[in-house]
Design a protein around this ligand. Structure first.
Ligand SMILES: *[C@@H]1O[C@H](CO)[C@@H](O)[C@H](O)[C@H]1NC(C)=O
Ligand SMILES: *[C@@H]1O[C@H](CO)[C@@H](O)[C@H](O)[C@H]1NC(C)=O
Length: 134
């Protein structure tokens, strides 16, 4: 009985290690394959966007490696700690350094940010969206 419990624990422990260990290892090997996480330059803290306006989201491509694993970018809207499913732009070349987006019709608030995804996600600082009674 005791043996069986010990074996079960050993089995669970190795399984947990497998589950937790595998992604860490694959992230590490991905990073060797030129993961590119460009910092978002605009919008930044203090930016105010009005609903319906168009703006260029910009990011720094100066540290781009020669061979990028995923060149296609996607920008999502984030509010507080939550990345929303709202796509502002997708399917663009991450090496462009900018992409024009239309400010979506969302509740006015001060804790919006954008997330730029290429190989990996990168948040902008929080900024404000205004323009309706809400
Ligand atoms: C975005 O940038 C492009 C290239 O600099 C420019 O032609 C365009 O007018 C900009 N769009 C806005 C909304 O500022
Ligand atoms: C980038 O990829 C090309 C084509 O696969 C290859 O010839 C080149 O050596 C790679 N460069 C680097 C710096 O990894």
């Amino acid at each position: 009985m005791f043996m069986k419990v010990a074996l079960t624990i050993a089995f669970l422990a190795s399984w947990v290690q497998l589950v937790l260990g595998a992604p860490v290892a694959s992230i590490a090997s991905l990073e060797k394959r030129d993961v590119f996480v460009p910092p978002v330059l605009y919008p930044h803290a203090g930016t105010v966007w009005t609903k319906g306006q168009r703006h260029n989201v910009t990011w720094d491509t100066s540290s781009a490696p020669v061979n990028i694993t995923n060149k296609e970018g996607t920008i999502l809207l984030r509010k507080g700690d939550l990345t929303t499913p709202l796509i502002l732009a997708t399917g663009f070349d991450i090496l462009l350094g900018r992409i024009e987006v239309t400010v979506p019709w969302v509740i006015s608030d001060t804790d919006y940010s954008v997330v730029l995804f290429g190989d990996s996600g990168n948040f902008s600082p929080q900024f404000q969206i205004i323009g309706s009674e809400l």
